[in-house]
Design a binder for this molecule. Structure first.
Ligand code: ATP
Ligand code: MG
Length: 475
């Protein structure tokens, strides 16, 4: 490895540390990436300097994880003052040993150590335990990381069971790397996964979520998901998916529910929300399965979309996904069973679009296309999707109203037309007008809608049938 492969900013940070009398090593994932000939996403340094010293040596720092010895240095290049992309964040961590994980969740404390070799010994896999010191052009690789990289093999540093007992996230990282790098997990490392599931169970949801999202960004996430199923890790992260293993479907499907979900994730575009939607779209099938009448080896899955939406909501809350992403995934799962027919009227297409939400339609189509591919019958998704896609594009291009906000009048107009005050009725009138506009988009003009307001208000269902005891509408 040559120092020229390392970003200028990172070399500058190393030089500053070395000039002050400390060792500076490029380490971890970025060395792995460089050895594999790929561009590192982020840069990690290990140093003999104490965290306070690192903070003193650089002008712009962030105390990212002071307790664990980590300071982020915001580095600018000595060569390029213009900084077109802003400063580069370089994580600088003082040499440290293994922390103690009394709760199996996060290390409570860390002990700093004197040498890079001791620091490398606490790292998870041999390929992640290689370090390079630019000042001396020197590579240290005490655990045979380069050989494992060449053999495309994930192997724990030291005894896998012990290392997984220290931190239950490591088994999840092993299967994550198996998918993202398309490497094998070495047999004794693999068998240690099943023997340490109790530790994995204690890992915080946030750390598990981050690894899940990383593995879902692999070209083929199924590699990790299948390993998780085989080792028992899936029972820890997503036990609901395990219920689909071996559950046969019907003649339109080549795979059982579990394998179908995996194929769907692989076929889906590499975008977190769509991949999660693909993973969970059939999660409720096992709970909704019933033998098909007349053909008991086949199954029907009545309401698995609606039940699946609820179940996905619970799963994604448990995994602490952001609210916004959770809601989008739940929407995809809940809507994935639409059955388009050419007989749909334009109003039906507009209602569909409103229900799904115009912003979610592209994701839903991507999921549906992956779902069709994952049936494993060689079908071309476009045969099913092209016509509805074309009709939706037409509606969007004509900017036809799909929500109350798209109407040519608003709540203030309704109140003025009726001479009434703010209240639930205003929204109900607008909603009823939207229903009419969905049928007849030409109605969405100010004068025409204003003319419809009085009769629409008259016909509101709540007016005809007031709730018992409410005493009817106010005079
Ligand atoms: P990525 O490509 O996802 O960034 P990475 O290997 O760089 O992969 P990071 O989470 O950035 O992963 O961690 C940087 C380095 O820190 C790792 O390469 C490894 O040496 C060490 N490391 C990270 N997490 C652990 C862990 N749970 N146990 C032991 N060492 C770890
Ligand atoms: Mg990294």
């Amino acid at each position: 490895m040559k120092r020229e492969h390392i970003a200028q900013e990172v070399r500058d940070v190393c030089a500053t540390l070395e000039e002050a009398g400390h060792e500076a090593w490029v380490v971890g994932g970025c060395v792995r990436d460089l050895l594999m000939g790929t561009r590192p996403k982020d840069w990690d340094l290990a140093t003999s300097a104490a965290p306070e010293m690192v903070q003193r040596l650089f002008r712009r720092t962030v105390p990212t994880g002071l307790k664990h010895g980590t300071v982020t240095v915001l580095a600018r290049s000595s060569r390029r003052r213009d900084e077109p992309d802003g400063p580069l964040a370089v994580e600088v961590t003082t040499f440290r040993g293994e922390g103690s994980y009394s709760d199996g969740r996060r290390p409570d404390s860390v002990a700093f150590v004197k040498t890079i070799q001791e620091d490398l010994a606490r790292r998870d896999f041999t390929m992640n335990a290689v370090a390079f010191r630019p000042a001396q052009q020197r590579l240290v690789d005490p655990f045979g990381g380069q050989e494992d990289l060449a053999r495309r093999r994930i192997r724990a540093v030291g005894a896998a069971i012990e290392r997984f007992r220290e931190d239950g996230l490591r088994p999840v990282r092993a299967v994550r790397f198996a998918a993202t790098l398309e490497f094998e997990v070495e047999p004794s490392t693999l068998s240690a996964i099943g023997e340490t599931l109790d530790v994995a169970r204690r890992v915080s949801a946030e750390r598990l979520r981050d690894e899940l999202l990383k593995l879902l960004a692999a070209r083929r996430p199924s590699i990790a998901l299948r390993l998780m199923q085989q080792t028992g890790l899936l029972d820890v992260l997503l036990p609901e998916l395990v219920e689909g293993v071996g559950l046969t479907q019907n003649r339109s499907h080549a795979h059982d529910v579990f394998e179908h979900s995996l194929a769907c994730v692989d076929a889906a575009p590499n975008e977190p929300v769509v991949r999660l939607g693909a993973l969970l779209h059939d999660v409720a099938k096992p709970r909704c399965a019933a033998p098909k009448e007349g053909s008991p080896s086949e199954h029907t899955f009545y309401r698995h979309d609606a039940v699946g939406a609820e179940l996905s909501d619970r799963i994604l809350r448990r995994l602490r996904l952001s609210n916004q992403e959770r809601e989008r995934v739940v929407g995809l799962v809940g809507h994935h069973m639409f059955w388009y027919e050419p007989a749909w009227t334009d109003a039906t297409v507009r209602r569909f679009l409103r229900r799904v939400g115009p912003d979610n339609v592209a994701d839903l189509f991507a999921l549906r296309a992956a779902d069709i591919v994952a049936r494993g019958r060689g079908e071309d998704p476009e045969v099913e999707l092209a016509e509805l896609r074309r009709r939706i594009d037409g509606i969007v291009a004509a900017s036809q109203a799909l929500s109350v906000g798209d109407l040519a009048i608003n709540g203030a107009d309704v109140m003025r037309a009726l001479g009434c005050r703010p209240g639930p009725m205003v929204g109900q009138v607008l909603q009823a007008l939207l229903e009419r506009v969905l049928e007849e988009p030409e109605l969405n003009e100010r004068e025409r809608l204003l003319a419809l307001v009085p009769t629409t208000a008259e016909q509101l269902p709540s007016r005809g049938a007031p709730p018992r005891g409410a005493g009817g509408p106010p005079p």
